[in-house]
Design a protein around this ligand. Structure first.
Ligand code: G1P
Ligand code: ZN
Length: 546
């Protein structure tokens, strides 16, 4: 054992160390201020009462500043009395892999160093997420306690030690703490192999089914290489942009049609691969494409739930389905048909944790390209991709056929999300505030071609722990069955982002192959009329449509 001197550093609080939808996320330059990361990490540690001797998992998505903060977090974990730190080699861990390691090692929690799908680098963003012992994101009670602590913090503790070599696997005995540098991929890959029919997927690939997985120079690269190319035998080159880079190669690691445009274009071309997929900065999101078709995340959740019986992990069926409120209601239709419960939770993965722990749901998803299940307590990009491949291997049908078949059975929820980014915060808050104030009087109001049936502000009562979360988005229901949701993003780092979620249901007997944008024009117009988006923000159109 090597002993290093513990030191206590005096500090003063930083304003705004308040975890948002998914951890504390700020511009990298904010995180690089002296004491900034330390203050937050100590605030997290101070809320973990039983940390003495406990295990902590640390890893991140490889972005700029990941290494520095990982080294600091290790020094602080030793000085704060943790018994063991499990850290991924190179300080790498995808978010779902971190969730798995927390569970596997009975850790008390984990620090995930990532700003998810936000760009990285000195001019990009950085973040720290704290996950609790069940492997999932800290619930609101915990994040509130962390924030409260950060407002009064006066000192933090760390050991005076040189940098640890995190490039090599192995163990280091520092003071009372064992630091284990582990392979970031192996355990996760084994977990995936235990959930899906790898021989069937390998046979599909061997029969010439072609795939393209864009890892966007983010953390999923090493995982996808191991699983898709090495274990399942996809030809070399099936995984592109596989090397994690500190600035994601200058790209924006968000797997949507805007940022994964190249993949989209490839998939729409006549000689493109049969299946396309992408994941985000920290590996928890997924984009699914077939030849000539994009699968919306809301539809993907519904299709996976409907086909779960084809996958070894769910041979005995699923307990229930949960979706975040702005996610389309497509999954509810499947749950109803299966005779299982469908839950509607606020935005953010943290709200699925109690339902998963209580065994009430098996599969969950969000419209923001997040899908996952009870194997970990995070959304899981590669898991969703493997689930799709397993379904295709079992059905031996192209993605487009699977979608057409799904809509014929359940009808189609035409769906899109319009984002207005970097708005003036006051303007955005006033827009939401005024709309909220007028909600009660909206019923019966005519807007463009539509009429409001009812409107409310979504509030969630967790059926497991009884906690209540209010103000989770404004909902407008129209008499033709359309629905619109408006909420402000909780993950942005510049100004405010207004998200407008639009959906319109078409029954099986209706027109199922229309252009999504076209179908939603009347609804988008009605929402604009009711909320005054264009007139208040001065924007003609959304910045991103997904
Ligand atoms: C966004 C998504 C949300 C997701 C979160 C973290 O949060 O909308 O579904 O859970 O990122 O990936 P938002 O910025 O909307 O608060
Ligand atoms: Zn992410």
């Amino acid at each position: 054992m090597t002993h290093f001197q513990p030191i206590t550093v005096s500090t003063t609080p930083f304003e705004g160390q308040k975890p948002g939808t998914s951890g504390l996320r700020k511009q990298t330059e904010v995180f690089r201020q002296e004491h900034y990361a330390e203050n937050f990490i100590q605030s997290v540690f101070d809320t973990i009462k039983d940390r003495k001797g406990a295990t902590l998992v640390i890893g991140g998505d490889g972005r700029f500043h990941n290494q520095t903060v990982a080294q600091t977090a290790i020094r602080m974990a030793v000085a704060n009395g943790f018994g063991r730190v499990v850290v991924g080699r190179n300080a790498w861990l995808s978010t779902p892999a971190a969730s798995h390691l927390i569970r596997k090692h009975d850790a008390i929690g984990g620090l995930i160093l990532s700003a998810s799908h936000n760009p990285g680098g000195p001019d990009g963003d950085f973040g720290i997420k704290f996950n609790i012992a069940n492997g999932g994101p800290a619930p609101e009670a915990v994040t509130q306690a962390i924030h409260a602590r950060s407002e009064t913090i006066a000192q933090y503790r760390l050991i005076d030690s040189p940098e640890l070599d995190l490039t090599q696997l192995g163990s280091h005995d520092l003071n009372e703490t064992m630091i284990d540098v582990v392979d970031p991929v192996a355990d996760y890959a084994d977990l995936m192999e235990s959930l899906f029919d790898f021989p069937a997927i390998a046979a599909l690939l061997a029969d010439g089914f072609t795939i393209r997985m864009d890892a966007m120079h983010a953390i999923t690269g090493p995982y996808a290489m191991e699983i898709l190319e090495r274990r399942l035998g996809a030809p070399a080159g099936s995984v592109i942009n596989a090397e994690p880079l500190p600035d994601f190669g200058g790209g924006h690691p968000d797997p949507n049609l805007v940022h994964a445009e190249q993949l989209h274009d490839t998939m729409m071309s006549a000689d493109g691969p049969d299946f396309g997929a992408a994941s985000d900065g920290d590996g928890d999101r997924n984009l699914i494409l077939g030849k000539g078709i994009y699968v919306s995340p809301s539809d993907s959740l519904a299709v996976l739930a409907a086909n779960a019986h084809l996958v070894p992990a769910f041979l005995r069926g699923i307990a229930g389905v949960a979706r975040s409120m702005p996610t389309s209601r497509a999954a509810d239709r499947v749950a109803e048909r299966l005779g299982v419960e469908a839950y509607e939770t606020p935005t953010g993965w943290k709200f699925f944790g109690t339902l998963l722990d209580a065994g009430k749901v098996s599969i969950c998803g969000e419209e923001s390209a997040g899908t996952g299940a009870d194997h970990v307590r995070e959304k899981d990009g590669l898991w969703a991709i493997l689930f799709w491949l397993n379904v295709i291997a079992a059905r031996r049908e192209p993605v487009a056929q699977i979608m057409a078949d799904h809509w014929q059975r359940y009808g189609r929820d035409y769906y899109a999300r319009h984002d207005y980014e970097a708005l003036d915060t006051k303007t955005a808050q006033a827009l939401m505030g005024d709309l909220k104030e007028g909600l009660a009087d909206l019923a019966g109001t005519r807007a463009g071609e539509l009429t409001v049936e009812r409107a409310d502000s979504f509030s969630y009562n967790d059926p497991v722990d009884g906690s209540v979360s209010e103000n989770q988005g404004l909902r407008l229901f129209f008499t033709d069955g359309s629905r619109a949701v408006l909420r402000l993003s909780g993950t942005g780092t510049q100004g405010a982002t207004l998200r407008v979620y639009l959906e319109r249901y078409e029954p099986p007997s209706g027109q199922l192959d229309r252009d999504v944008g076209e179908v939603l024009v009347p609804l988008a117009d009605a929402v604009d009329e009711l909320a005054g988006i264009k007139s208040r923000t001065g924007r003609d159109a959304p910045d991103v449509v997904t």
